[in-house]
Design a protein around this ligand. Structure first.
Ligand code: FES
Length: 316
């Protein structure tokens, strides 16, 4: 799929709770979908007559053959917007345009353990983490907070994962957050996704108990790290110049130009998109290159990083 936009078709829509609906999406032309990694999200451009919404949803699962993405949408209590439209009007066969997947919440590959804390629909990025962690066998611990009446729904959603590491807390339960943070092994990373109050509380508590900023992560849609000043990428081997717009990542611009650079997580974490820099200075935004590699400016992670000036020459 080489277009700047993804053209998706809803393959299946399933109500999993009164307020939760699962959608399975495939490419409208049945081609392979872009690769994604744990924490990737998809921004859908939804249209209902003259109304339009651009909403981002975590990709809860992507099939290994890259034919399907699964998202789970919570209908907001008083929504007349995108979530209500998805719940009420979108059925199998519906065509939806989307941006290429992004990832602002990648898993840190070098973590010795992953401590995941979510609330409500904030579980969705962790569903993709859990699939990955299951395959890798890396230690993890998940604490999920939800309404008492939704415990069974989340137990069901999480049913295929190691239940000895998963703790579902109805809202009213007492939970010793300080003790949980204190007893994590060296090298553990904390990830939080859910309502703002929950994220603020967890992050503030972690900070107050000595967790460095590099070891805690929270999901925040909006693409604040995706854009920046436009620049031109010159692909030396291909003999092609690609303009990278202010709202695009370098990777997206290359894909929009019909190229298929290697990528996986789309969040600067996995190393898959590492590209040699021949000329120019990258603005490093990844979590992969170490300080020495950054200082030499000889490599760039094209999924998140940009050029400092108005041009960069790449070994592509
Ligand atoms: S695709 Fe993973 S670091 Fe760029």
């Amino acid at each position: 799929m080489k277009a700047a936009k993804l053209h998706l078709r809803v393959r299946a829509a399933e109500t999993i709770a009164p307020s939760l609906k699962s959608f399975t999406l495939e490419a409208a032309d049945e081609s392979e979908l872009p690769a994604t990694g744990p924490g990737s999200h998809l921004r859908l451009a939804l249209k209902n007559g003259s109304h339009g919404w651009r909403n981002a949803y975590s990709i809860a699962a992507a099939s290994p053959d890259r034919r399907e993405y699964r998202i789970i949408v919570r209908r907001a209590a008083y929504s007349r917007g995108g979530s209500a439209f998805l719940h009420e009007a979108v059925q199998p066969g519906h065509l939806i345009e989307a941006e290429f997947p992004g990832n602002l919440f990648p898993m840190v590959q070098i973590a010795r353990k992953h401590l995941l804390v979510s609330g409500g629909i904030g579980i969705t990025p962790f569903l993709s983490y859990l699939g990955h962690l299951k395959a890798l066998g890396t230690p993890f611990e998940l604490h999920h907070f939800c309404r008492a009446e939704e415990v069974a729904i989340f137990e069901n959603l999480l049913g295929e994962y190691d239940s000895s590491r998963i703790f579902i807390h109805p809202e009213a339960t007492q939970f010793d957050l300080v003790e949980t943070l204190r007893t994590q092994p060296l090298g553990a990373h904390l990830y939080v996704c859910g309502p703002a109050e929950l994220m603020d509380l967890i992050i503030a508590t972690a900070r107050a108990h000595g967790w460095p900023a590099s070891k805690y992560h929270s999901e925040s849609f909006g693409g604040v790290h995706a854009g920046g000043a436009p620049f031109v990428a010159i692909l030396q081997r291909a003999g092609v110049e690609v303009r990278v717009g202010e709202d695009q990542t370098l990777l997206e611009a290359l894909e929009a130009a019909g190229l298929e650079p290697s990528c996986l997580c789309r969040g600067g974490a996995c190393g898959e998109c590492r590209t040699e820099v021949i000329e120019g200075v990258p603005e490093h935004r990844d979590h992969y290159l170490d300080a020495n590699e950054r200082a030499t400016n000889r490599a760039i992670m094209i999924c998140v990083s940009r050029a400092m000036g108005d041009r960069i020459v790449l070994d592509l």
